[in-house]
Design a protein around this ligand. Structure first.
Ligand code: IMP
Length: 183
């Protein structure tokens, strides 16, 4: 399949096919590890929507789907606790096995706070799956149970990830040219 070229992308990190193969592996691992459990996949809006849509369709055990949205205020702050939940889950999570589905873990602030927030709802367990991990940027210790790809410290877009709400629709993950966000 030919790859649509995009002038703002300097290079493709992972093709649609590579992502598909990895998502299948992750879905297989989750299907095995959570067999027999009452699972809720919780997508962190908005970046995870493509990943979640593909992941859930490859999972072979029953799962429920829910979403949360949050915004970090004081983004430059290094202290934790600066997350506001702008959309909570809609369904019951108490006593259930929750899997937070994220697009990318960067500083770790978002997931650390979200995990604490979910744990306060007395679920059976809270696990985390992220398509991408940028460990070099971590400020907060957070255990990511399933990782699709570990990437270098570059700004990536596509497959749900955006820059200024653009590029989410790209079927691949690409590195954004620095001149786009340095403008
Ligand atoms: P964290 O709290 O720093 O771990 O932030 C994670 C969030 O930052 C992700 O859910 C993304 O929305 C955003 N983010 C971090 N790095 C990138 C990137 O390279 N491309 C697009 N979004 C990113």
């Amino acid at each position: 399949m030919s790859m649509p070229s995009y002038p703002d992308i300097s290079r493709v990190l992972y093709t649609a096919q590579e992502i598909e193969d990895r998502v299948k592996e992750l879905a297989h691992a989750i299907s095995q590890d959570f067999s027999g459990q009452d699972v809720v996949l919780i997508g962190v809006l908005r970046g995870s929507f493509v990943f979640l849509a593909d992941l859930c369709r490859q999972i072979s055990i029953p799962v429920a789907i829910d979403f949360v949205a949050c915004s970090s205020y004081g983004a430059s702050s290094v202290s934790g606790g600066n997350l506001s939940i702008t959309k909570d889950v809609s369904g019951v999570v108490q006593g259930r096995s929750l899997i937070l589905v994220e697009d990318i873990v960067d500083t770790g602030l978002t997931l650390r706070e979200l995990k604490l927030f979910m744990e306060s709802k007395q679920p059976h367990s809270v696990h985390i799956i992220s398509l991408l991990d940028k460990p070099s940027r971590r400020k907060m210790e957070v255990t990511v149970d399933y990782i699709g790809f570990t990437i270098p410290d570059e700004f990536v877009v596509g497959y749900g990830l955006d820059y200024d709400e653009r590029f989410r629709h790209l079927p691949y993950i690409g590195v954004l040219k620095p001149e786009v966000y340095n403008k």
